[in-house]
Write a protein that binds this ligand. Structure first.
Ligand SMILES: [Zn+2]
Length: 420
């Protein structure tokens, strides 16, 4: 059997798989329904990075200011023609990238269009608005993608559907802005905050409350490790903070203390800690290796390390190998670079036990979440490509390849996040 036909066999088996979509930024469906989507939405997330990189720089924005382009593309009070004109000349430059490929596949699979250009962008926009009806989450996430569960992180828990199992943001509770905010958050669960002990109690009760609201984990971002202050020192800083007298260094020290307190609480409550690693902007600050002290300190916490730490894919392989509590989640990775995801996953197989890998998370927002269909298609292609090579090398049978794929797409995320 040729490697091509092995690939085709595995890929066709994968087509009907039930999956866990192990990372999204989707709010409840009502938020998506309140939008009036059009073709510019499809270019407002991820692809906007490539557009700016290619030279699409209205108002001379820099790469770090791309949020302005994103807001512009999503602002439906500006006529569609006007927004389309800004990006149209640059689409040719990004059309071979994987971010764009997810757009292309979604256009075909969901709206039935083979291409997007000046001749059809209005028709596509009309089709998008027609489709934006109650049930669109079920239609795309359940029917098209076969998702048994979706793990969104949008800072809220009020999802209409039970299959949405949110993660909350560690900074929302560890990074303190002003004393007023602390008091009002704590009041909501009937607590008065007078000391660090009270705030630690608040963290515990808040996480417990979120867990009852179907929260399955807390998310943070890779950052240089800083040892937090001891508790007595942190308690003094916390009182200064409550009195409104705190300098920037103390504020940071308090943050590092509280961040670890939240992680410790996740350990007690059996919540996963997800960690963003790699890719964005000045990515030097997002090195996955910065997290090693946390992996060692909190040995009973399950850490779900995101995005293959791109471009530190090899480093993440050794983190997954050397630490029993580190899982490797390929969310976002397949569209950042299909080929880096493939070569990385091929090496993961050599290095990492197969129960440590989670194959997929779309990582989209409400504005362009239909691209999840394109992203999942690319993810399945990548997994089939990798496994076909192993079958061809006689390292596994075709049947074993299907079993491994099932673990990566479904069983591993079910176990890691204890979904039931
Ligand atoms: Zn994300």
């Amino acid at each position: 059997m040729s490697i091509k036909s092995i690939f085709e066999y595995i890929f066709s088996e994968l087509k009907n798989f039930e999956i866990v979509d192990a990372h999204e930024h989707l709010p409840p469906e009502k938020v998506r329904l309140s939008l009036e989507p059009d073709v510019c939405f499809l270019f407002s997330h991820y692809t906007a990075v490539d557009l700016v990189s290619a030279g699409c720089r209205p108002w001379n924005i820099t790469s770090q200011q791309r949020r302005r382009l994103i807001d512009f593309l999503q602002d439906t009070s500006i006529p569609l023609e006007q927004r389309w004109k800004v990006i149209e000349p640059y689409i040719d430059y990004i059309r071979y990238g994987t971010y764009f490929r997810a757009v292309k596949i979604a256009l075909k699979e969901i709206y039935g269009f083979d291409r997007v250009d000046s001749s059809n962008y209005k028709d596509i926009s009309e089709a998008m608005r027609k489709m934006n009806k109650p049930g669109i989450y079920d239609k795309i996430l359940r029917d098209k993608c076969g998702a048994r569960y979706v793990l969104p992180q949008a800072g809220r828990t009020d999802y209409e559907k039970k299959y949405m199992r949110p993660l909350m943001w560690i900074n929302s509770i560890a990074l303190l802005n002003n004393p007023k905010e602390v008091h009002s958050k704590a009041e909501k669960i009937g607590l008065e905050i007078k000391s660090l002990d009270d705030y630690e109690m608040f963290i515990h009760l808040q996480l417990e409350k979120w867990k009852k609201e179907n929260v399955v984990g807390m998310k943070t971002v890779s950052e240089k490790y800083v040892k937090p202050p001891a508790k007595d020192k942190a308690a003094i800083i916390f009182s200064q903070y409550l009195n409104g007298k705190i300098d920037e260094d103390s504020r940071k020290a308090l943050y590092y203390y509280l961040k670890e307190k939240v992680i410790e609480t996740c350990q007690e409550l059996d919540l996963v800690v997800a960690i963003h690693a790699g890719v964005w902007d000045d990515f030097r600050r997002l090195d996955p290796r910065y997290n090693i002290p946390l992996f060692e300190k909190f040995s009973e916490v399950k850490f779900d390390l995101y995005h293959m730490g791109m471009p530190w894919v090899r480093s993440t392989a050794f983190l997954g190998k050397n630490y029993h509590n580190v899982y490797l989640n390929l969310c976002w990775s397949h569209i950042v670079s299909a080929n880096m995801a493939r070569s990385g996953l091929l090496e993961y197989i050599d290095i990492v036990p197969i129960n440590k890998i989670i194959a997929f998370g779309g990582d989209y927002h409400a504005y362009s979440f239909e691209k999840v269909v394109g992203h999942l298609y690319i993810a399945k292609e990548n997994v089939a490509w990798v496994l076909a090579r192993l079958v061809d090398d006689k390292r596994m049978t075709r049947e074993e390849a299907i079993e491994v794929a099932r673990m990566w797409f479904l069983e591993n995320p079910l176990k890691v996040y204890d979904l039931s």
